[in-house]
Design a protein around this ligand. Sequence first.
Ligand code: ADP
Length: 351
Amino acid sequence: MASTTIPLSQIPTLSLLYKLKHLAPVASPIIPRPSEALNNTICLIRNDITKLEVDCIVNAANESLLGGGGVDGAIHRAAGPDLLRECRTLNGCSTGDAKITDAYRLPCKKVIHAVGPIYFVEKPKGGNRQETLLRSCYRRSLQLAIENGMKSIAFAALSTGVYGYPSEEAARAAINEVRAFLEEPNNIGKLERVIFCSFERKDEAAYERVIPEYFPPTEQDLPQSSTEHSEPKPQEGESSTSFEILAAKLPDPPPSEPVLDGQPEAKKQKVNADETETLHHVIISKDDLKSEDDWEEVDKSEGGPIERLDDEPVEVAKASTAADVQSVQSSGIIDFDEPASTESSMMVKDW
Ligand code: ADP
């Protein structure tokens, strides 16, 4: 995988995504009052979280904190063995909670390890337990970020991988909790960027559907209807070419296609961040599972894993100007794929 990292300045805010028509307003948003400040704070990106040059990233960890598959494996591999050494000192972490470590070889400064709920274990317990636990992960992570002086934080889509949380339900809980947190008087202005970083197209599509309900565009975010096909109106302090420049600065797609972490066999093993140590820690009992099938590889596509970031041709009609179109086309960050089928893979959790 390419080692190119993505600077914070190249991660698009909601405001930019609205201006580029990558996000579309909804008729009746749940939160009707738009916030310019929040639309310039919240960002959406589909990429490998280990590449982001942000203050901290949030890992979808398991209770052992000793590494796993999915994003956890990717983070441990990129950080190197010192991360596992530090995680060993933490005594694990309860579901719904989070702990913070250094980031070692990652381009961020800290890693927050949040333990999301296993959907099919928590949901049958009732009381919307799965949602309470998922929201708690986001809240605890944001609190830890502030306590540790972090200004930017990028979240993986917690629990939406092998823990089986449906993408849209998870996105709704995450977005709702983040908005509520950021609007609390004590937290206002403490975080400059909060990034939802998805990896599979199904998760990105869920964010694109739900975000406009909770973070509707301001008037300035929306291209004027009379100038539908011209450049968005510059705001105070923006030159007429600001949008082109901003869009052109968006990073190129990875030269090789990053695929989800490993094939089923690789997902069954804990990360081997240290070459000398192979972990076989059992984190959930199979008895906890509704059906073993829920956790087996269910990749329905012929022979191929899943969603990937790609540089397939994009639908050009959705961007604002010719320059935007060109820039966005060459950008790996904004893609205009139709929502992909949900027939992507669900991998076994590691045991
Ligand atoms: P969980 O057990 O909490 O479901 P997973 O790691 O299986 O954790 O998946 C959590 C999310 O992380 C999923 O949406 C998955 O697509 C995403 N993911 C996997 N690898 C990466 C990566 N390198 N960068 C960002 N997100 C990733």
